[in-house]
Write a protein that binds this ligand. Structure first.
Ligand code: UDP
Length: 249
């Protein structure tokens, strides 16, 4: 491991929105290449990186069923999962164009497109310094890729789940709507759940809380932030179970 990396292994959650310019949908390869460069920079510190990629820039199951009642909700979620694989393919080529060695693994078997997700194989790829892109979420409908990110973080024994967002971290309110919203630097899982703070879906937070998996929420649009986060510098918001220090007797 490079001397500069604080974390040996991380899971980076990228939402599909990070692949399109603000307010737009679809894939902009300029955005994908830009984010890939940031990931590559962080990996060169020696950090092992698994990426869970979302699909919201193409399709979100819940939104799609709300607009198209003909499609069963489960079908729409499967469509969303396939969207994440499309993003995964774009990310894979962009990362490889930056010089990274990568593997795309899908929770839904897709021979000819990518490898099936097998935990031990994913671990092996990480040990060999390959960036592992995890597509198709959990492989099951009615959840989001945030939940997939939480579950894969535990399975792959990462040191921290890093959630890249468009804003600087977790705020008291939506900072894009209220400019006076307060940015938190540290939070406990229970505070996130009780205050209904918009970080990740509540299932994902609960999984992380149960397994003591720290979450860092930070702005990927600020150049160098992924690198800084991997170095252990303070960026964004960190969510943990704050341990009460032992009392001196
Ligand atoms: N999805 C799913 N199961 C999973 C992960 C994702 O059914 O384990 C579907 C769900 O419909 C979701 C869509 O895939 O809305 C795209 O993922 P997500 O909304 O999490 O993408 P992001 O918001 O991160 O871009």
């Amino acid at each position: 491991m490079g001397a500069d990396a604080k974390f040996k292994r991380i899971l980076l959650k990228l939402s599909g929105d990070s692949f399109s310019p603000s307010g737009e949908r679809g894939i902009s390869m300029d955005e994908v290449v830009h984010i890939s460069g940031q990931v590559h920079e962080a990996q060169r510190l020696g950090c092992q990186i698994a990426v869970v990629i979302g699909g919201g820039n193409i399709l979100r199951g819940s939104q799609f069923t709300a607009e198209n009642s003909v499609v069963h909700e489960a079908t729409a979620h499967y469509m969303g999962m396939l969207a994440t694989v499309i993003n995964g393919l774009a990310l894979q080529d962009a990362l490889e164009a930056c010089g990274c060695d990568t593997r795309l693994m899908s929770a839904i078997k897709m021979d000819g497109v990518c490898e099936p997700y097998i935990r031990r194989r994913a671990q092996r790829h990480l040990e060999k310094g390959r960036i592992v892109i995890l597509g198709a979420g959990t492989g099951g409908p009615f959840v989001t890729t945030d939940t997939a990110a939480a579950l894969r973080s535990m399975e792959l024994s990462v040191d921290i789940l890093m959630k890249a967002t468009r804003v600087d971290g977790v705020y008291s309110e939506d900072p894009e709507k209220n400019p006076h919203a307060v940015l938190y630097t540290e939070l406990e899982y229970t505070e996130v759940i009780e205050q209904g703070l918009r970080v990740m879906d509540s299932t994902a937070i609960s999984h992380c809380m149960e397994h003591d998996m720290p979450i860092m929420v930070f702005n990927f649009r600020k150049d160098g932030n992924i690198l800084r986060a991997v170095r252990g510098e303070r960026v964004g918001t960190i969510i943990t179970t704050k341990k009460v220090p032992p009392r001196d007797n």
